[in-house]
Design a protein around this ligand. Structure first.
Ligand code: SF4
Length: 348
């Protein structure tokens, strides 16, 4: 299989041109065709000499994701199930907001982290995605939006997988997305969400970017977090919080804590009170997510009034908090559920 051209940064493409006896500026032209004009074949790159187009075609592919299904919600949310070359499937979601279009990308096929409320982890980790496979999700979504003159204005890395367990591909993807000569997505409009892979959190803080970090916290203490997220046994609560404080100190940026509310498990006012105490004085924001029902798990949804009470307790503790607006509810599927259904039907 030919390597995917989306795996390479502009600097690497320029280097390739040099090594192949081409002027360096051809790298910039190629980059422009890929990310600004977004063509699907080298043949269409009309300002590159024919011999160069042929050479590129000989060595590389431009990855186009095979759309298995697409669900469109009344609220404009579009969920794609894409097939990969090795018959694995991944999910990508476009969400419409009044401030622009946001895309949620996947970084791994499946996930080994094992969060007990998540469908993505049910079959374990199959493999990491390449940088090109992550890039292709955004380019494909942008190609769809091109038809209506819209653009992807923000990215959240919150689809299936733990991005910090696929660190290098994730960072290459991010560098490609923020490049001013490419899609030029504002760094502050990108969020990477982690379950708390401590060494990578330190590494990320030291990358010197303005990209946002979100931590899936989901519990206010070590014991409960270990029950909900086995990864907490590998990287204990205290160490994760220390890594969060390092990120804030190093970047001066606010960190977001994602808190999935699970009925009767972590959604009581005393949990909110404990969380407020843990987060006291931190530059942070809490995003409450009423958990989606995962049929394989025995979790129930937190009643609306309890969600509001949880929010009020945090607010009284002077913690900035919002409840995540649910999108695409009518087309089913929280993260991982579309793929889980697909796996089930192909196994039959
Ligand atoms: S929530 Fe994220 S990290 Fe946890 S199992 Fe699901 S995909 Fe993996």
């Amino acid at each position: 299989m030919k390597p995917c051209i989306y795996d390479y940064t502009l600097e690497q493409l320029q280097e390739w041109m040099k090594e192949n006896g081409e002027p360096v500026f051809r790298g910039g032209q190629l980059f422009d065709w890929l990310y600004v004009k977004r063509v699907k074949s080298f043949e269409d790159m009309s300002n590159l000499p024919k011999s160069l187009r042929e050479k590129l075609d000989e060595h590389y592919s431009i990855l186009t994701l095979n759309e298995i299904t697409r669900f469109e919600s009344k609220d404009g949310t579009v969920k794609f199930l894409f097939g990969l070359h090795d018959s694995h499937a991944i999910e990508t979601v476009i969400m419409r907001h009044n401030y622009g279009n946001s895309i949620c990308v996947t970084t791994q096929v499946g996930c080994r982290i094992g969060c007990t409320f998540c469908a993505s982890t049910l079959g374990g980790l199959k493999r990491n995605l390449t940088a090109g496979e992550i890039v292709a999700q955004v380019v494909t979504a942008q190609q769809m939006l091109d038809a209506t003159g819209e653009r992807v204005s923000s990215i959240v890395i919150m689809g299936s997988g733990e991005p910090f367990e696929n660190y290098d591909a994730t960072m290459t993807f991010l560098r490609l997305m923020i490049h001013e000569k490419g899609l030029n997505i504002g760094q502050r409009h990108i969020t990477v969400s982690t379950s708390g892979i401590v060494p990578s959190m330190y590494k990320f803080a030291d990358e010197n970017t303005q990209i946002n970090l979100a931590l899936s916290i989901h519990a206010p203490n070590d014991a409960l977090r270990s029950k909900l997220m086995p990864v907490n046994r590998r990287f204990p609560f205290e160490d994760v919080m220390a890594a969060c404080r390092h990120y804030i100190a190093k970047t001066g940026r606010r960190i977001t804590f994602e808190y999935a509310l699970i009925g009767g498990v972590n959604d009581r006012p005393e949990h909110a009170q404990e969380l407020a105490e843990v987060l006291q004085g931190m530059l942070c924001h809490v995003n409450l997510i009423p958990v989606n029902h995962v049929p394989e798990r025995n979790y129930v949804r937190t009643p609306r009034e309890d969600i509001f009470e949880f929010q009020r307790v945090l607010e009284r503790g002077k913690i900035s908090v919002t409840i995540r607006r649910e999108q695409g509810h009518d087309i089913a599927a929280a993260c991982g559920q579309l793929r889980a259904k697909h796996m089930e039907s192909t196994a039959r």
